[in-house]
Design a protein around this ligand. Structure first.
Ligand code: MD6
Ligand code: FE
Length: 217
């Protein structure tokens, strides 16, 4: 978008947009850590590879998932839950890299949540066509803690609904480096992700990676 006019200038500083009483979009907040994350990901995924999990209803999710940190979010025919070990290997999830944790804590504080202590990081991979149906995040023990969501790679349309399933949804473009923080009165808002459009992004290629850091236990 900047074209050649701004070549060589430092990137624009991250901007902050309030999307609701407890929802803050920190545009570009993760941009400077993105290269580091791209380098660290393969080793984590070698320990806990992406897999398309089953919903309790028996559907296979189009988004592939892994986790790092003390707890990981999993779903199977028995339901959704947080688990301290990867059900595929029965081993603990890979450690949460300290820089990711620091980014999430700083972003939460910037958004007005100074006490965030993430102990779970869900790693979502969207290939073109993958999407996430409208849902609420309510498997965490303490719903007073916010969620920090980091978008990397291809842009996606995030669907931000209300507290009731039928409420109208806003469409928000989440781009590489954007961080969405949400909690407080918005913690139980319905939300989803529209089908990913194909494209190419310099660091992550033909995919979108989303990290969601949470206080699960
Ligand atoms: C995603 N994110 O962006 C899916 N949930 O790939 C979520 O479901 C989500 O981004 C709660 C809060 C922020 C999120
Ligand atoms: Fe969610």
């Amino acid at each position: 978008m900047n074209g050649d006019l701004f070549a060589g200038l430092p990137p624009a500083p991250p901007s902050t947009t309030r999307l609701g009483p407890g929802t803050v979009l920190l545009r570009g907040r993760a941009a400077s850590l993105a290269e580091h994350i791209a380098r660290q990901l393969p080793a984590l995924l070698a320990q806990a590879p992406f897999r398309q999990m089953q919903t309790p209803g028996g559907y296979r999710m189009s988004v592939a998932m892994s986790n790092c940190g003390p707890y990981g979010w999993v779903t199977d025919r028995h339901g959704y839950r947080y688990a301290a070990t990867d059900p595929e290997s029965d081993r603990p999830w890979p450690a949460l890299p300290p820089e990711w944790r620091a980014l999430a804590i700083d972003a939460a504080a910037d958004a007005g949540f100074p006490d965030f202590r993430p102990d779970a990081c869900l790693i979502n991979r969207y290939l073109p066509g993958a999407k996430m149906a409208l849902h609420q995040d309510k498997d965490e023990r303490d719903l007073a803690a916010p969620i920090v969501s980091v978008s990397l790679g291809l842009p996606a349309t995030f669907l931000l609904g209300g507290l009731q399933r039928g409420a109208p949804t806003e469409r928000i473009l989440l781009e590489h480096g954007d961080v969405l923080v949400w909690g407080g009165p918005d913690r139980l808002r319905f939300h989803g992700v529209a089908a990913l459009k194909p494209g190419h992004q310099a660091l992550f290629g033909e995919q979108r990676i989303n990290l969601t850091l949470r206080q699960a236990a």
